[in-house]
Structure formats: structure tokens, C-alpha cells
Design a protein around this ligand. Structure first.
Ligand code: FMN
Length: 430
């Protein structure tokens, strides 16, 4: 069924459409399941609502949080989600996605520490608990733009991601990859010093570690076999692990499906574009057994080439050839299948915002059905972080929700501070 925009007036209309599409969109009329605490890595997560990492492109030139970064995280902390997954923070200067992407260094770690402390204080004061705060550590790889123009660091030449782009693509050497693995040690040490609960070795959306998972065509120790394609991620864990002590933990936000045909996509069935979770499940199990990850954040797609897979939308740069609820169902189905195969590992699901005022009912449906432990919201947190409290009532105020218009993503792509152009328009506009 082809693309159409959001027009549902109640849960039954969504249920009917999902049935027609054969999409897995479990909805629950009540949302109490979202307000049961979860034990995680020696902490209590106060509720099942997580804020997903949302890059703001509003750091200082040196990579420290800027005034708008502070504003975003103050709003997030005051809203009271159980878990805040702090946005992508660069591990090396040349791997920054923009000249204003956050970049954690010896010089600015104190500023990150002040922000993390402040977030805990704000949430504690208003809600009586502190959020678990995980920092996403990244190397933007192919999407590096440290001076505002593309300077791609690519794992292998990937035609589906390069067609129509007139820019040089230099494939990283094995030695460069080793240096980038090692950089995760410094970042992990600084991340712990800054007071985060844990660090995410980012492996999603086709940034460097994620791109390597599909490096079937790369020769040498980082390409071809499963062992080789996962080498960078595991070595990054080993490097970061050397800096880990106490109850600080490592985890990942992982693409379990890229949406590009073999040999250019991870989690994709060879010979079709279907989801194939064989390797993703194996990898998550190994990360749990070898590195003790206490949870996994599951996501999909590529925000540049197939953003509808990553975040189903009404309006974007192109009209997808699938219905948005098919995209929601693909994500929810994969999250649920991973949680089913790994019942002892809390799974954090992605892409709940498309359902707008009904998204708490999807989150509750996923959590109460045991399909995931935590429901992660991205765009909705930009639109109105205070939706967390309103989730108690079930359906949200339609006048305050994300409308999946793509405005925040357009700001990000333009290298401008990102936020909601509809609900926070005094601050953000295209
Ligand atoms: C403006 C913008 C910034 C984002 N920044 C990040 C990021 O730093 N790290 C990340 O893993 N995902 C990032 N994402 C993806 C979101 O975390 C999320 O997966 C996506 O928006 C789908 O979830 P939603 O439907 O709740 O918005 C970003 C998305 C947008 C639109």
C-alpha cells in the first residue's frame, strides 16, 4: 500500500490500518506499563520512557555544550524520562559530523560534567529520581564534516550511498581503523569522568562502526567474514573497556537492519530487502557475553539515503514507496524479535514518534507485551519533552505532539542547531 499521511482519529483506526498492511503495531489503551521501574546495571530506571540521542549541532567550536545544548538537556531532564541517551559525541576531531557536533576532550570534560550534574539535579528536584544518562560516542565516518563540508572517512566504497554525490571518497586504511578503535579508550575515560552512567559505542545509521558491519567487499582484516566485519566494534569495546571501572557500563545503539541490498547492508536477507536478524542477534548476544552490555538500543536505516526506514514520516525529501505504518511495523517487529530471542537483555526500541498523540499507546503496547523493556522517543522529545508526564493519561494533546514534518532533520542536515520548528518555533526555524 502506498504512502499516505497521518489521519487517524483513534486507536481503532490505526489498528484497522495496521491489520490491512500486515504491520506489527501493538497498541494498548492504558499506559500504566510505562510507569513501572526497571532495574538496570545496579540502577533503578524510574519509568520505561527513554529519550533517544538527538544531535543538536549546537556545541561550541571546541566541542563543549553550547547555550542551546544546555537548554535542550535542561528541558529533557525536567521532563523526567527514566533514561536519557545523550546525543552523538565525537571521539576524534576529524570524525565530527559538523563543526558544532559535541566532541569530548580533556579540556572540556568539566563542562560536560557540569551539564550531567545539572540534569540530575533538575530531574531529582522535580520528580524525586535521577535519570540514567548514557552518552553516545561516535566516529561519523562517511558522514564526517568537521569543517562543515564533507570529508568522508569511508569503510569501503558503497555505490548505493555514493550515487549522485560529487565528492572524493577515501577508504580508511587498517592502521587508521586501529587508531579510531583506540580513541574509544580516551572517550570512555572522559565519559566516566564527566559522570555519565554509561557509554554507547555508536554502531548505527551507517556511521563508521555501523558501516563496517556490512563491509563484505573490503579486503583484509576488517572485511568479508562476520568476524572481520565486527572486528572494529569489538576492538572499540576492548579499548573502551580498559577505561571502565566501578559501575560505569558500555552498550551500543545498533542498526539491526540497514535497508540496502547485499553486499551493502547489515541485517538484510541476501537476495531480497527483507530483514534478517541472524547476524544482529548473534552480535548482540556476543556483546552481552564478552563485554557485559546491560541493555541494547535497537534502530535501523540511514538518515541520509533511506530516512523513512529510520524514522517513518509524513514529509521528507522523497515520498517513500511504503506506508509509514509498514515502517513502524518493521521497526517494532525487529525490536520484538530481538527481545524474544534475548529475553534476559533489556531492549530499548526506537521510532515511536510517528504515532503522534497515540505514541504512548504503542510504547505501552510494546512494553506490556514484553516486546521491549524501554520505549525510546526522538522527535517527540524535541517537540515537547513534557509529553512524559502526559503519558500517564494515555493519549497526548494533538496540539503539542511531533508531526513528523522532517523540519528538525532538515536543520541538522543544514548544519544548523536542530530542534522542533513547529512546537518550539521561537527558537528553531528553517
Ligand atoms: C534531528 C535529529 C537528530 C538525531 N540525532 C541522533 C543522534 O545523535 N544519534 C542517534 O543515534 N540517532 C539520532 N537521530 C535518530 C533518532 O534518535 C531516532 O532514532 C529517530 O528520530 C526515530 O525516532 P522517533 O520516531 O522517535 O523520532 C536523530 C534524528 C533526528 C531527526
Amino acid at each position: 500500500m502506498s504512502h499516505e499521511t497521518f489521519h487517524y482519529r483513534n486507536l481503532d483506526e490505526i489498528r484497522q490500518k495496521a491489520r490491512d498492511l500486515g504491520a506489527f503495531v501493538p497498541l494498548c489503551d492504558t499506559t500504566s506499563a510505562l510507569f513501572r521501574p526497571l532495574e538496570l546495571a545496579g540502577r533503578t530506571v524510574a519509568n520505561r520512557i527513554a529519550f533517544q540521542p538527538m544531535e543538536g549541532t549546537d556545541g561550541t567550536g571546541a566541542g563543549a555544550p553550547g547555550p542551546l545544548t544546555w537548554r535542550r538537556y535542561e528541558r529533557f531532564a525536567q521532563a523526567g524520562p527514566g533514561l536519557i541517551w545523550f546525543e552523538a559525541v565525537a571521539t576524534v576531531p576529524e570524525g565530527r559530523a559538523s563543526a558544532h557536533q559535541l566532541y569530548l576532550t580533556e579540556e572540556n570534560v568539566g563542562e560536560f560534567a557540569r551539564l550531567v550534574d545539572h540534569m540530575r539535579e533538575l530531574c531529582l528536584k522535580r520528580h524525586g529520581y535521577v535519570p540514567v544518562i548514557i552518552m553516545q560516542a561516535t566516529n561519523s565516518g562517511r558522514y564526517s564534516k568537521p569543517k562543515g563540508v564533507p570529508e568522508p572517512l569511508v569503510a569501503y566504497r558503497c555505490p548505493p550511498l555514493e550515487e549522485g554525490l560529487d565528492q572524493p571518497f577515501r577508504v580508511l586504511t587498517d592502521e587508521e581503523l586501529q587508531r579510531y578503535e583506540a580513541a574509544f579508550e580516551t572517550t570512555a575515560r572522559l565519559c566516566r569522568t564527566a559522570g555519565f552512567d554509561g557509554m554507547d559505542i555508536k554502531c548505527c545509521h551507517r556511521y563508521l562502526a555501523c558501516e563496517l558491519l556490512s563491509a563484505y567487499t573490503r579486503p583484509g582484516p576488517y572485511g568479508g567474514s562476520y568476524e572481520n566485519r565486527t572486528r572494529f566494534l569489538k576492538n572499540a569495546y576492548r579499548a573502551a573497556g580498559a577505561a571502565v571501572s566501578g559501575d560505569f557500563f558500555l552498550t551500543s545503539r545498533l542498526n539491526v537492519y540497514d535497508g540496502f541490498a547485499y553486499p551493502y547492508g547489515f541485517g538484510v536477507h541476501p537476495g531480497s530487502l527483507d530483514v534478517d536478524l541472524t547476524e544482529p542477534v548473534r552480535l548482540i548476544r556476543e556483546l552481552k557475553e564478552e563485554f557485559g552490555i546491560p541493555l541494547i538500543n535497537v534502530t535501523m536505516g540511514n538518515p541520509y539515503k533511506n530516512p523513512h526506514v529510520n524514522r517513518p514520516y509524513d514529509h521528507g525529501n522523497y515520498i517513500p514507496d511504503e506506508h509509514p505504518l509498514t515502517g513502524v511495523g518493521r521497526m517494532m517487529g525487529a525490536v520484538a524479535e530481538i527481545q524474544r530471542q534475548l529475553p534476559d537483555l533489556p531492549v530499548l526500541g526506537s521510532a515511536f514518534s510517528y504515532l503522534r498523540q497515540f505514541s504512548p499507546c504503542l510504547a505501552a503496547g510494546m512494553v506490556s507485551g514484553g516486546h521491549c523493556a524501554l520505549a525510546g522517543f526522538g522527535r517527540m522529545a524535541f517537540a515537547d519533552p513534557d509529553f512524559v508526564d502526559q503519558c500517564r493519561k494515555g493519549i497526548l494533546d494533538p496540539a503539542a505532539v511531533c508531526v513528523a514534518c522532517g523540519g528538525c532533520a532538515a536543520l541538522l542536515r543544514a548544519g544548523r542547531p536542530a530542534g522542533c520548528i513547529v512546537r518550539d518555533r521561537e527558537v528553531y526555524h528553517l
